[in-house]
Design a protein around this ligand. Structure first.
Ligand SMILES: C[S@@+](CC[C@H](N)C(=O)[O-])C[C@H]1O[C@@H](n2cnc3c(N)ncnc32)[C@H](O)[C@@H]1O
Length: 280
């Protein structure tokens, strides 16, 4: 399977995302897919089965697990980092709406993926619920703060590039987007391809995190970093050059974590659920 690389920023070499779109829109039963999110999800899975073109979607098993989180917590807003062709946005946007929620905000860096997702979301009849925000996630998160789009995160699916899991978590720790007892993050692919730095951080004590910042990540304590409320102010003041991609994390956040493992598509993988407990 061709792996997405940094050069093609999130597209497969064989443009299978576009093939998927042609496939769906050429189906003889297209009219039965209109306003039918579950049928579209089934057809995306069928596309991969028939063509052998595996797509990096959450898939049915993990999808059911994530749907249960939404059904149990009934959030008003769900955010996802990494929208791809809209599979999780359609599946979970539908679950959100069924559970009384209002907004599914999907963050996607690749405009081609976002265009494919938009057409499938339109077909699914989820236009009123799901919006796609095309930019690197750290920029969109800062925009959300600047524009008061969200006060805090309720449920978030973390499913973009694995090396961005920890820097984006650190950014969110600084932006005041976590609410104790409410915020829950579900981080996919934590075992395959794996996000070891992210797992190490969310499972570490305050003391260990302080040490990691210094020894592993090289952040000094000389106050040169714009963080916390100062960072929020810099964003709201419209400072253009403010660092968002590599902000030191806040070791004071306390998390409760649980890994659920899955065997699907011949891969062993896991979703780490991270509940924000509070601040020390
Ligand atoms: C694993 S796929 C997401 C799958 C999707 N959640 C689903 O289940 O259908 C990862 C996606 O994250 C996007 N991505 C990677 N880095 C990103 C970033 N920094 N900001 C936003 N999107 C990013 C990629 O372009 C790709 O479409």
């Amino acid at each position: 399977m061709p792996q997405p690389t940094i050069e093609n920023i999130g597209s497969y070499d064989d443009l299978r995302e576009l093939h998927l779109l042609h496939y769906i829109y050429s189906l003889p039963n297209l009219s039965s897919l209109r306003n039918n999110p579950a049928a579209i999800i089934r057809e995306i899975d069928t596309f991969s089965e028939k063509t052998g073109k595996i797509l990096m979607t959450v898939g049915p098993e993990k999808g059911a697990f994530l749907t249960n989180i939404i059904a149990a917590r009934k959030p008003s807003t769900v955010i996802e980092l990494g929208g791809f062709v809209g599979y999780s946005a359609i599946l979970l946007g539908d679950a959100l709406r069924a559970n009384g929620g209002k907004r599914y905000l999907s963050l996607e860096i690749n405009p081609v993926n976002a265009a494919v997702a938009n057409l499938l979301i339109e077909l699914a009849g989820l236009r009123d619920v799901v919006t796609i925000h095309v930019a690197p996630s750290h920029k969109t998160l800062a925009e959300f703060v600047n524009d008061n789009v969200i006060d805090y995160i309720e449920v978030m699916l973390v499913d973009h590039w694995k090396d961005r899991y920890l820097p984006d978590l650190w950014l969110m720790e600084n932006l005041g987007l976590f609410k104790a007892g409410v915020t829950v993050l579900a981080a996919d692919n934590c075992l395959m391809p794996g996000a070891p730095d992210f797992l190490e951080w969310v499972r570490a004590s305050k003391e260990k995190k302080g040490a990691l910042l210094k020894t592993k990540y090289g952040f000094s304590e000389d106050g040169r970093y714009v963080k916390g409320e100062e960072l929020v102010k810099a964003i709201k003041d419209g400072k253009e050059d403010v660092e968002l991609e590599n902000v030191p994390g806040d070791p004071n956040w306390v998390y409760e974590t649980e890994m659920t493992e899955f065997d699907s598509n011949g891969r062993h993988d896991g979703i780490e659920v991270v509940k924000v407990v509070g601040k020390q």
